[in-house]
Design a protein around this ligand. Structure first.
Ligand code: MG
Length: 162
């Protein structure tokens, strides 16, 4: 049986996992037109039976706290990404978790802290062992460990060549 057969909640990091910027040197997009889905994301997500599993996104958006973009803009960009990636008309309510705090503030939600993952699990009624978090950074793996969820690297989940 594949690992994924027992997953009831998939949580994805955004930048470097589902989307990438189209502006050189920009770590994450600040406005529309500055990002695209990473090739293969949509096709891989379409393989999942969304009738028996839910999904969420957990994204550190430190640029909000640093003044690069508003929280509404960050949310809008992530919601647009969800629509494109999952082929839905709009993101399921509560599926996008954002930490808007500047990195130096030591908030309880910025990954590798587990709060965003815990909120999504609570909201969608999933236990940690039924939850798979997919991300591309050490802080993603740390958040999964702290929340007790399973973890997969984005390049493994999306079968990207390293
Ligand atoms: Mg990332």
């Amino acid at each position: 049986m594949s690992v994924e057969a027992t997953v009831r909640l998939y949580i994805f990091d955004a930048d470097g996992t589902l989307r990438r910027t189209t502006v050189e040197g920009l770590p994450c997009p600040n406005r529309p037109g500055e990002w695209e889905l990473i090739p293969g994301v949509r096709e891989r997500l379409a393989e999942i039976d969304w009738g028996r599993a839910r999904f969420g996104v957990a994204s550190n958006q430190g640029g909000v706290g640093l003044g690069y973009l508003s929280l509404a803009a960050a949310r809008g960009l992530l919601e647009e990404m969800v629509v494109e990636a999952f082929g839905v008309t709009e993101p399921p309510p509560g599926s996008v978790e954002i930490c808007p705090h500047a990195p130096h503030l030591g908030c309880p939600c910025r990954k590798p802290q587990p709060l965003m993952l815990q909120r999504l699990m609570r909201r969608f009624g999933a236990e940690p062992h039924e939850t798979l978090f997919v991300g591309d950074m050490d802080k993603d793996e740390g958040a999964a460990r702290a929340a007790g969820t399973r973890f997969m690297w984005a390049h493994e989940f999306f079968r990207r060549s390293a």
